[in-house]
Design a protein around this ligand. Structure first.
Ligand SMILES: [Zn+2]
Length: 154
């Protein structure tokens, strides 16, 4: 777990090694049982992060950074550990939350990552860019829009 500031946002960057730490209960994390998806800790396009809410240092909330450009995140893990990353490494990333999303057309429920764009309230232009660069998923069952900023279904 490494505290970094990137794109004007203070966050703790996590890797799969930190899963045990989260499960240990040493850090008080809001809604952890709902938000913790261990399968998201071992993906090539996602890294878990912890963020404190801007107006309230407690609680800490678990989110997921999702990259859309096949960046080598194992390399990025090393760069972050060594404080050797650049803003460019995060350009294709967007902060998302894990949520159950229901297709309003066919009623199917999906485990999804959805863009959580309020994190960019200090940098509204960046928030808009993040939305523009995102490709939103359709329902795998019926093909309709999920009508939410879902970037990944897992
Ligand atoms: Zn559907």
């Amino acid at each position: 777990m490494k505290k970094i500031k990137v794109e004007e946002i203070d966050l703790f960057y996590l890797t799969s090694d930190d899963l045990l730490l989260l499960n240990s209960g040493q850090i008080n994390i809001e809604d952890l049982s709902y938000r913790l998806k261990p399968e998201l800790f071992n993906r090539d396009d996602v890294r878990p992060i912890l963020v404190t809410l801007p107006l309230n240092p407690n609680p800490i909330v678990l989110y997921y950074l999702y990259w859309n450009n096949e960046l080598n995140l194992k390399e990025l893990d090393l760069k972050v550990a060594q404080n050797d990353f650049t803003e460019n490494d995060f350009k294709a990333s967007v902060i998302t939350r894990s949520q159950k999303t229901r297709c309003s057309n066919c009623g199917c429920w999906w485990d999804t990552l959805a863009v959580d764009d309020w994190h960019y309230f200090r940098t509204p232009g960046l928030g808009t860019a993040k939305i523009r660069q995102s490709k939103f998923k359709e329902c795998p069952n019926c093909g309709e829009s999920l009508r939410q900023c879902v970037v990944m279904i897992f």
